[in-house]
Unconditional design. Structure first.
Length: 179
């Protein structure tokens, strides 16, 4: 990853951290984070920047009744908010699930991530997210990229990807399969 990309990723994380503090009513602390990181020249400019950023995140679309893939909302999860073209769902214990779709290399991909604020989700959390959001009959993968390609804006997030363009894109790993 280039130094420029690393700096941009650092700034994005700082801005999101500041926005969370601001949303929790900690305006002065949020402003100080942006000033300390060199993103804003003063606390006044920092507050204006955070408010402008937060206003772009407000959305008037109604809450969805299903996941992006049309899966019913499972008991224990509630819709939290829109996230760009995707959605954020929250489970009763604080696990957040973000779902998005996008085109990558000419294929349509569905992405889901799960995270807690201060701990890594378990394998069971990831497996439940896969079943509830991706679906039990659709394949999903977890990717471990080369170190230089790794991007993370949340310390405690796990991600799954599913190819919607080609549902049978993975080789058959079962005994007697293609691998």
């Amino acid at each position: 990853m280039s130094t420029r990309q690393q700096e941009q990723d650092r700034k994005v994380k700082v801005i999101f951290d500041a926005a969370k503090l601001y949303a929790d009513g900690q305006k002065a602390e949020a402003a100080q984070i942006l000033v300390s990181a060199g993103i804003a020249q003063s606390e006044e400019v920092a507050i204006q920047s955070i408010e402008a950023f937060m206003s772009t995140m407000q959305d008037t679309r109604p809450a969805p009744r299903t996941t992006l893939l049309g899966m019913p909302i499972h008991k224990g999860y509630r819709w939290n908010r829109h996230f760009g073209d995707g959605e954020i769902w929250t489970r009763g214990d604080g696990l957040n699930v973000i779902e998005t779709t996008g085109v990558h290399d000419g294929q349509i991909w569905y992405h889901v991530s799960c995270s807690f604020a201060k701990k890594m989700p378990s394998y069971d959390d990831l497996a439940q997210m896969k079943d509830f959001f991706v679906g039990p009959d659709r394949q999903a993968i977890q990717i471990f990229p080369r170190s230089g390609k790794h991007v993370s804006i949340h310390e405690y997030a796990l991600h799954l990807w599913s190819n919607l363009s080609d549902p049978d894109w993975l080789p058959d790993f079962a005994p007697g399969g293609t691998i």
